[in-house]
Design a protein around this ligand. Structure first.
Ligand code: PMV
Length: 349
């Protein structure tokens, strides 16, 4: 152990996946709480690995290394640590050394804030349990990690579980909360654990509008009330479709959610059109293929131009041939990312 390493008091390292929402979170209330409930699944190949070392010296300082190099993101982490200090009373007593890397390139169009805040929150929750003498495999660890992740980036709270998660109060379960996400496991039709997500890269450039600006525009949005009602209805219908294996309903709700998110952005003031001509071309080709080939493909879209093509394991060969043959011309440099529903976060020892 080197001199500085002797100073390390607590340490934790986690891998946490990104997630893709099927029912979209759009709009906040209070501190990072959602205006409407959302439902997502975690990805398998898109993840962040983060290690946190707490060093003994008092007065909190943060050293942050991203992909091995010192990074400005440290300032955002400092603000984040301030914002959660009432939840982690020990936080101001240590210096932090945090190292992080992503399995996917920065410009891949994958929400890196979900996986990065998810991984950091898991480390902090584990250290919190260790400091307070609680068992690290206690089920409350996940709730704590989800709540801490939410305070960094809302959608991150859904990344700390395997498979599907719901965040925000709904009539579906009493345990649904605005403070943290819950895992949805029991009763989901096995077909949905074979979900595939082909991320079709239309544009890897920086975002035209940050999600925080987008969320804010929902505060005075003329369709705010109807959007909230729609999300509640969609989450109930989607959950039922997941239980019963209803592919048609799944497709209907998922595409309706993706387009509603963009409709909200297009009709806000100021308004944003984040879809590109190639996004629309991909959407119409996906729909045409579904009709002609009778293969249950669908799409979802985040707050950007890239298209997530969703399909099932049994159709993998046909869909991959379809992507190669008919979609790659509309992707930036023919780029797409082959991902699938994942098994959730992993502690790294
Ligand atoms: O977590 P944020 O603040 O980056 O918001 C994410 C919002 C969407 O990705 C568009 C939808 C969602 O539920 O993930």
């Amino acid at each position: 152990m080197s001199g500085i390493e002797k100073n390390i008091h607590w340490t934790s390292k986690w891998r946490c996946p990104s997630n893709i929402a099927l029912v979209k979170y759009w709009g906040k209330h209070d501190f990072q709480k959602p205006m409407n409930p959302s439902l997502s699944f975690v990805l398998q190949n898109a993840f962040t690995e983060t290690s946190v070392e707490l060093l003994k010296e008092a007065d909190r300082k943060v050293e942050f290394y991203f992909e091995g190099a010192a990074s400005d993101f440290g300032e955002r982490i400092e603000k984040y640590l301030d914002s959660i200090s009432s939840h982690l009373p020990w936080i101001n007593k240590y210096n932090f050394r945090i190292r992080s890397h992503n399995s996917f390139p920065h410009s891949a169009g994958i929400a890196s804030s979900a996986s990065s805040f998810g991984a950091l929150a898991l480390c902090l929750a584990e250290i919190d349990f260790a400091i307070s003498g609680r068992e690290p495999d206690h089920p409350d660890l996940w709730l704590k990690a989800s709540e801490l992740a939410r305070m960094g980036s809302g959608s991150a709270c859904r990344s700390v579980y395997p498979g599907f998660a719901i965040w925000g109060q709904t009539q579906l379960f009493e345990s649904c909360r605005d403070e943290h996400a819950i895992m949805v496991y029991e009763g989901i039709h096995p077909m949905f654990y074979g979900l595939r997500d082909a991320i079709l890269m239309v544009d890897s450039g920086t975002k035209q509008v940050s999600s925080s600006v987008g969320h804010e525009l929902m505060n005075d949005h003329i369709f705010q009330r109807s959007r909230i009602a729609q999300a509640h209805q969609n989450i109930s219908e989607l959950y039922l479709a997941l239980l019963t294996g209803n592919q048609e309903k799944f497709i209907e709700v998922v595409e309706n959610e993706a387009l509603s998110l963009h409709a909200m952005m297009m009709t806000s003031n100021p308004s944003f059109i984040l879809l590109k001509p190639n996004s629309l071309e991909l959407i119409s080709r996906i729909r045409r293929f579904r009709e002609k080939a009778k293969i249950p493909v669908s799409f979802t879209i985040d707050a950007g131009p890239n298209i997530h093509l969703l399909y099932f394991k049994k159709d993998e060969l046909d869909v991959k041939a379809f992507i190669e043959r008919e979609l790659l011309d509309f992707c930036e440099n023919g780029k797409w990312i082959d991902d699938r529903i994942g098994k959730g976060p992993m502690r790294i020892t």
